[in-house]
Write a protein that binds this ligand. Structure first.
Ligand code: GDP
Ligand code: ZN
Length: 354
């Protein structure tokens, strides 16, 4: 397998260069199964484990390899095995942040180029809902792309796209129909060979249908694809990083599915829908409802329509979320530093061996 087909980027050469001199090879993680990592690289598919040294020196969960990560490993191709010595810096990542006494970050998918935020244009379509997915999408470092699915059900597509455009400034918006396979060619630019995509969206919006469409099970492609699928049968079911017929890779794993629940339900606005609806009347869109002028929440508090207890618990949760976000930023920076330290340690250790 060719590395650029697997999504290798020229900027990775910089971090990998010093490791290359020590017989380490790059490979991409296609699945994590407890302490085993299914990796893809120039040697094809290998089952890798992390080195004892790596395990010993790695203390945060986020520093272990995740699906989509590029790792530096020593291959043993005759056994189809390998030992991972380092994780290369990630250019994007989706993580789940576990709140509690200890903030912990679990990486769900790494090195994603584009993330499709899928919405369904049926029933309760709501442009504001997309805002909720935009924040984690931008945070991830991947480029968000809004996919309005089920376009076959509507004839006011242009108006809908304009509506969504007003809450998602600067984001590409494409209306498609996955089940009817309409306008899917609009997604082609994100699906070029070597690109990595992931999907986010609530349940029922048509993500599985879209994945099937992208996997190209239509008649035209069957001849080409069936051989490819057959050959990969014993592995495609295990992989969470799947190569699409277009040459792009899709990361589809249980963590991404949970992330959308977290994104959907964990928000302050949902828990405090009353305050969120009052907040629409605030002068400033990012009003914190503490001391800003013309704050509708403060006004409701003053006229008694909002209870002081409710307001206090809102502020408390808001503070907690901000605190958590701040701590995470710090942890992420530390993790990135630790990864570089580790790369340097590997280089030194291997230099001694020579
Ligand atoms: P998921 O939960 O996001 O994976 O959604 P599914 O792919 O399971 O789809 C949910 C429902 O929406 C199913 O009944 C699909 O047949 C339907 N669906 C998916 N795509 C389209 C579409 O483009 N148009 C219409 N009308 N229905 C669709
Ligand atoms: Zn306010």
């Amino acid at each position: 397998m060719n590395l650029s087909d697997l999504g290798w980027k020229p900027q990775l050469d910089v971090s990998f260069e010093p490791l290359k001199a020590h017989d380490l090879k790059p490979a991409r993680v296609a699945r994590v199964d407890r302490e085993f990592y299914l990796v893809l690289g120039e040697h094809g598919e290998l089952v890798a484990e992390i080195s004892g040294k790596f395990r010993h020196e790695t203390h945060t969960r986020a520093d272990f390899p995740a699906v989509g990560d590029w790792v530096a490993l020593l291959p043993r191709p005759d056994e189809s095995k390998a030992t991972i010595h380092a994780v290369l810096p990630r250019f994007s990542k989706f993580s789940r942040k576990v709140a509690g006494a200890n903030t912990d970050e679990q990486i769900i998918a790494a090195n994603v180029d584009s993330v499709f935020l899928v919405c369904g244009l049926d029933g309760d379509f709501n442009a504001r809902r997309i805002e909720r997915y935009l924040a984690p999408a931008w945070d991830s470092g991947a480029t968000p792309v809004i996919v309005l699915n089920k376009a076959d059900l509507r004839d006011d597509i242009d108006a809908l796209v304009a509506d969504v455009g007003s809450v998602a400034i600067g984001v590409a918006i494409h209306a498609v129909s996955a089940s009817e396979r309409l306008r899917l060619d609009a997604l082609a630019p994100y699906l070029e060979r070597g690109q990595t995509i992931a999907l986010l969206g609530s349940s029922g919006v048509g993500k599985s249908t879209l994945i099937n469409a992208l996997l190209g099970t239509d008649k035209q492609a069957t001849g080409d694809v069936s051989e490819h699928l057959d050959r990969g049968r014993h592995t495609t079911t295990h992989r969470e990083l799947v190569v699409l017929p277009s040459g792009a890779m899709l990361i589809d794993n249980p963590g991404m599915r949970e992330l959308q629940l977290w994104t959907d339900e964990g928000s302050l606005d949902k828990t405090f829908a009353d305050i969120a609806s009052l907040a629409k009347g605030c002068r400033f869109r990012d009003c914190s409802h503490a001391s800003e002028p013309e704050c509708a929440v403060q006004a409701a508090l003053a006229d008694g329509s909002l209870g002081p207890d409710r307001y206090r618990s809102y502020l408390k949760l808001q503070r907690e979320l901000r605190y958590l976000a701040g701590r995470l930023d710090q942890r992420i920076r530390q993790a990135e530093k630790a990864r570089w330290k580790q790369i340097h340690r590997v280089i030194r250790a291997r230099a001694k061996l020579k």
